[in-house]
Design a protein around this ligand. Sequence first.
Ligand code: FAD
Length: 498
Amino acid sequence: MQRISKVVIVGGGTAGWMSAALLGRTFGRTLDITLVESDEIGTVGVGEATIPPILVYNQALGIDEAEFLRETRGTIKLGIEFQNWGTLGHRYMHAFGDVGHYHGLSPFVHYFLRAKAAGLADRLGDYSLGERAAYAGRFGHLPRVPNTPLAGLNYAYHFDAGLYARYLRRIAEGHGVTRQEGLIQSVERDGESGHVQSVVLADGSRIEGELFLDCSGFRALLIGEAMGVDCQDWTHWLPADRAWAVPTENVGEPRPYTQSIAHQAGWQWRIPLQHRTGNGHVFASAFMGEDEARDVLLANLEGKPIAEPRLLKFTTGRRERFWEKNVVSIGLSSGFLEPLESTSIHLIQSAVVKLSTLFPDAGFDPAYADEFNRQMTAEFDGVRDFIILHYHANQRTDAPMWTACREMAVPDSLKDRIDLFRDTGRIFRHGRELFHEVGWLQVMLGQGIEPRRYDHMADALPQAELDAFLANLKTVMAGTVSRLPTHRQFLEGTGAKL
Ligand code: FAD
């Protein structure tokens, strides 16, 4: 097998520059890495909300958090608040980090369910440090105290995706990545092996490589157009296929959480940054026209728009294979899941980390591609189920889309999980899937799935001890949150200008 020495990254959006920065940092001394992007085409650039593993990615690059927040005009994200999802007027939060605390062998959920059945507990979020801090508008770095309710504050960021890509470009170039501006017009493949050999730019120049990363966005120039790998279409489970996006001026204090507000044929995001708020309305065109969807967004903004609304079209689904011969697709070229749980940037991170661990440094062994495809498929499908859960488990009777989603058949993997939770209150994380039990728990309860019973292990605790255990959790959490700086104070401490 031939040693790989030249990598070409096609595309300079979030996917291209995240890949370039990490591969540059990891292999920059031994690989020749070129990134090709076209200013004429531009980027999608609306990825603004993330989940906690982004901290691991930034740390791997040696990024200083304060500098990063200044450069990307970022804010802190402690979770996502869902309004109107289960029923109109109801809200719940999927907060990062633990909820409650293990007691003996039984997961916290069973103590909570027992107390709820006895009328002694009401909201799960009362036992979440993340949710309490989010609603108090507070944030600080909390040390982890093992075996206590203070397992630290898990968090992620909101940021300006365009500024993040620019920031990563500096890092990537610092590790020797070469940027080439130009419009790719054709792709050349080897007739025998089927491998991509080069991409040809509009000015006739040819960029050759041995390994190609397709980060060309929805165009999927290599994995789709050149290699012909099909996409699975998940519209029958996730009907949204369009989004209007518009930035507004900030109003009031920056919330340290994302808001997701369900409307009649989709939902709206609100993402606070230092210099503006990102807003968008994701909707299903089968249930609402484009003009009406734009009006719904404009009628539900908190601040004044600072640009014209922009329409984006997409199809939800994923590639049948993510790594085909010498092409690896990363980012939107590999598939799309609506940003309900802010997973797209994470899937980019996950793909580039997997590629680094399976890097074909000694040549292309098909086993690497198979393993990569297996892992990415499991990851995409797990996220898919989690997002379908939000749509499916609803009791809304005011609009046809919600009825259709409630009545649709869902993947067996999700159905089994819902049935088990409804019957027993039990939830299990499958393999290494992205969302842990506590994330599933918050969304299942938040969407109105009420378990019929709880685990008998939770009955081992005498009633008075259960009361004391729950009361103590609340006291410790309330005290801890009250001592945190406000979100504004934290950001100003990084040198941010709000
Ligand atoms: P793009 O940004 O489209 O970049 C493609 C690159 O390929 C560009 O540099 C382009 O110039 C280049 N290119 C294409 N064709 C050619 C050619 N012929 N020649 C040369 N260069 C070419 N993700 C999150 O994690 N959180 C969110 O909150 C979030 N919100 C979203 C909201 C919406 C409505 C949408 C649609 C997506 C959202 N995403 C979110 C997803 C996120 O935007 C993307 O995952 C991320 O931007 C990665 O995009 P990309 O780099 O794959 O593609």
